[in-house]
Design a protein around this ligand. Sequence first.
Ligand code: PEP
Length: 254
Amino acid sequence: MRVPMIVGNWKMNTTLSGAVELVNKMVRELDEIDSVDKVLCPPFISLAKIGKLIKGSSIKLGAQNVYFAEKGAYTGEISPLMLAELCEFVIIGHSERRKYFNETGEIVNQKVMAALKVGLKPILCVGEKLAENEAGRTEEVVTGQVSSSLAGINDINGLTIAYEPVWAIGTGKAATREQANETIGLIRRIISKLYGEKVARDLRILYGGSVTADNATEFMQQSEIDGALVGGASLKADQFLSIVRQTAEIKQTR
Ligand code: PEP
């Protein structure tokens, strides 16, 4: 049985006080929803404070990025070792990092490796661009991204994959549930080929891209979709709570 998971990616939003305010608005109610893993990914500077606020609750913490070296002269970067003391999860390979910070498949691969090495659980993002989708290249692109991100990694215990079509992120234009379910099924087959059927069956694969309280149910009803990576809607406590509640209801009654 895969435990469903809803991840809130706050991106570069909220000051430290804003982050505290947002968590305070939802911490009690979120904590009470069981059977779903709830992960908050605030900006780096808020991790320690939010970690204290949710301590003792069922809410988990994640970072939005990590560098691959353990320490050294990399001004401004944050290492996996530093994060491992603060949080359990880390988002890697988000399309915004690939687009604005030139993260290549090779860099993403090194980051996934480095995170796993210190026991951080990577949430690996993959997904095709609009032109690739329109050219019918989704399968090829996603297959390439999954394979290159995991090259040389023998044990993916702790990994979650998020399928995020780039054209659906922050655009209000979500994929259809059929498209999302189909591509996530494809990712599971790739993992099965690389790591065997059991690993693929146990791997959580999320959908991300304009998920809101209004469309969450249709995604969560899909058999291959184990949860969501939520950007914009995770900045509104009532929306995020609603997405988590809908997920709990749907996945429990399966
Ligand atoms: C994301 O940040 O990964 C994301 C899916 O954003 P949004 O929900 O705003 O599309």
